[in-house]
Ligand binder design. Structure first.
Ligand code: PLP
Length: 385
């Protein structure tokens, strides 16, 4: 079966009471029991909800079509990430890539530090994986492609190294989705997504999920999902599931558009740096070519003139709205320095390669030519004024 079919048919079972084609929104907090602790498998909606269970099954099937996997959904990507970190103990250590979503860095630096959990950030080049390992290292945290510089980490290679030392491997695959890469097949133990982004796909719902093919980890996730309670509501699950049905179609268009735009922009005289894994000049292109089916819908770039040029560029765009987030059908532009990564200490931002002149484009599914015309028009305005 191919992904286009899988997206539509994953967990598409008729609802047993009515035969409804799509799972209804089970807007209930609790379920009547026949007798004390005698019920139909549903006790209380923090533990189980049919709408959420259907979304979880669909995501698990997409992330791991050939091998049994288990997905757990949360009220946001950050709630999903937090739940993974709740598997750790005080005194544990994480190795993480240094270019990461700012909210993840904030959680690691400002929340986990309260519990004496420490993090070593690396680009895996200046300091390789093995030199970061400590006796208390429990987790390798990879984001690939990274937010916002779109670095691609070699999941298979790093997972092999980590697992030989008993370290659990987590991949935040939000920018890729299962249409582009399947980290569990490459040796990762857990995959996390902000389903707010491409999986939901319409910028109208916040959510997150964790997927694993490891039964022990699955048991822990199920326990933590109920024990700590960061679950999504049924309407949010319904919207996310509705988005997921068209994921393959949308991802292909996002990727085609981004590749076309990045190719055109790479030779633009006013674009001083461009980050897109599909370009041969990108530092991770060779790994991306091996690991990814397509190169994604995100592009980051710097313009001659730095921050003021970036600001003018954003202001003159008509089809790219300035906003946080990404992965929706509509194009967006973001300024990581003052927006998504503002909470990261300046020194750490610079160390990771961010600059005040960097902008990040989430390329939507609009007409390719309209988007490129919009960008070219804005660049002309910025550099003629
Ligand atoms: C790569 C990545 N992971 C996780 C998150 C957090 O997701 P959420 O905003 O749904 O909490 C984001 C948000 O931008 C992200 O870009």
């Amino acid at each position: 079966m191919e992904d286009a079919t899988r997206c539509v048919h994953a967990a598409l079972d008729p609802e047993p009471t009515t035969g409804a084609v799509h799972i209804p929104i089970f807007q209930t907090s609790t379920y009547v029991q026949n007798d004390f602790a005698d019920h139909k498998g549903f006790e209380y909606a923090r533990g189980d909800n049919p709408t959420r269970n259907t979304l979880q099954s669909a995501i698990a099937t997409l992330e791991s079509p050939d091998q049994e996997a288990y997905a757990y959904c949360f009220g946001s990507g950050m709630a999903a990430i937090t739940t993974i970190t709740q598997m750790l103990q005080s005194g544990d250590h994480i190795i993480a890539c240094n270019d990461l979503y700012g909210g993840t860095i904030r959680l690691f630096n400002q929340v986990l530090s309260r519990y004496d959990i420490s993090v070593t950030y690396t680009d895996f080049i200046s300091q390789d994986f093995s030199s970061c390992v400590q006796e208390n290292t429990k987790l390798l945290w990879l984001e690939t492609p990274t937010n916002p510089l779109l670095s691609v980490h070699d999941i298979q290679d790093l997972a092999m190294q980590a697992k030989s030392k008993g370290i659990i491997v987590v991949v935040d695959s939000t920018f890729a989705t299962p249409i582009i890469q399947r980290p569990l097949h490459l040796g990762a133990d857990m995959v996390v997504h902000s389903t707010t982004k491409y999986i939901g796909g319409h910028s109208d719902v916040i959510g997150g999920c964790v997927v694993t093919n490891n039964v022990e980890l699955s048991d822990q996730l199920r326990f933590l999902q109920n024990a700590t309670g960061g679950v999504p509501g049924p309407f949010d699950c319904f919207l996310t599931l509705r988005g997921l049905r068209t994921l393959e179609l949308r991802m292909k268009r996002h990727c085609e558009n981004a590749e076309y735009i990045a190719t055109h922009l790479q030779n633009h005289p006013k674009v001083t740096k461009i980050f897109y894994p599909g370009l041969e000049t990108h530092k991770s292109h060779i790994v991306a070519k091996k690991q990814m089916n397509y190169y994604g819908g995100m592009i980051s770039l710097e313009l001659e003139g730095g921050e003021s040029a970036a600001r003018a560029f954003a202001k003159n765009l008509k089809l790219f709205a300035t906003a946080e987030s990404l992965g929706g059908i509509e194009s967006l532009i973001n300024h990581p320095w003052t927006m998504t990564h503002a909470s990261v200490p300046e020194e750490q931002r610079i160390e990771a390669g961010l600059s005040p002149g960097l902008v990040r484009l989430s390329v939507g599914i609009e007409s390719t030519q309209d988007l490129l015309d919009d960008i070219n028009h804005s660049l002309e305005k910025v550099f003629s004024d």
